[in-house]
Ligand binder design. Structure first.
Ligand code: ADP
Ligand code: ADP
Length: 229
């Protein structure tokens, strides 16, 4: 399922456009990294895909359909979203956090539990050990894993990731990057991954899009970008 931006501009109340005349197509099954310095419009770009923000002008298409044609709530349930602050609910266990959306979709208990088990084991966390812990009883790396698993729970074809490993130490970060690469090879999701870390971008991206001051400077495979002057 592809994602396409067509001449998208976003102005907030005051100041310069946060995103300006952005046109970009992300192919189905591709992992595209959006990179650029803080404030260049990366988060805004992601949040317009699942309609947490509306563009001021231009159009965004998911699976060929204008996002305005989807019900925003259904759109958000159909697109995975993982952020640096994980958004894990502290008073809920790992299992309850992961099955949040499946529950809204009225999956029965058995199916939810099987899915949680499968997801946890995919990232090397044993269900028996971790499912009933609270987020504060996990390491930083484990919390970020659970944040990502929650975004994967209903097996959405499109996943948005906003610096999901940003708060980690370099070693945990590299472990999670490798896990994501492995998952991506297996699951063929369309992933848009935001970071300001060039090494992370080059390691993860099938293609990398460079943003500056809300504008797309360049887009290409890591090899193409390294070759560019
Ligand atoms: P990045 O993710 O690259 O750090 P953002 O998309 O968060 O960039 O922000 C892009 C620009 O838009 C920044 O100048 C930021 O201050 C501004 N901005 C972001 N969110 C809002 C908001 N809700 N209201 C006003 N300005 C905002
Ligand atoms: P990661 O590489 O996932 O960040 P760490 O090296 O930070 O893992 O943590 C190592 C181990 O310590 C983890 O397997 C985790 O089970 C355990 N651990 C860390 N913090 C806690 C905690 N607050 N409660 C229980 N176990 C913890």
């Amino acid at each position: 399922m592809g994602v396409k931006f067509e001449n998208v501009t976003k102005m907030y109340q005051n100041g310069r456009p946060a995103v300006q005349a952005l046109s970009l197509e992300v192919q189905s099954g591709e992992l595209l990294v959006l990179i650029g310095p803080s404030g260049c419009g990366k988060t805004t770009t992601l949040r317009m895909i699942n309609r947490l923000e509306e563009p001021t002008s231009g159009s965004i298409y998911v699976d060929g359909h204008d996002v305005r044609s989807y019900n925003p709530i259904q759109l958000r349930r159909g697109i995975g979203y993982a952020i640096q602050q994980t958004g894990l609910l502290p008073h809920m266990t790992v299992e309850q956090n992961i099955e949040l959306v499946p529950r809204l979709l009225k999956w029965d208990k058995k199916r939810r539990q099987e899915r949680t088990r499968e997801l946890l084991e995919m990232v090397g966390m044993e269900y028996r050990v971790f499912a009933h812990r609270y987020p504060r009883q996990l390491s930083g790396g484990q919390q970020q894993r659970v944040g990502v698993l929650r975004a994967l729970a209903t097996d959405p074809p499109v996943i948005l990731m906003d610096e999901p490993f940003g708060a980690l130490d370099p070693i945990s970060r590299e472990v999670l990057q490798n896990e994501l690469k492995r998952l991506q090879a297996k699951l063929h999701k369309t992933i848009i991954f935001v970071t300001h870390d060039i090494d992370e971008a080059m390691r993860l991206g099938d293609r990398v899009a460079i943003l500056r001051d809300g504008q797309l400077l360049q887009v290409g495979t890591p090899t193409e970008l390294l070759r560019a002057p």
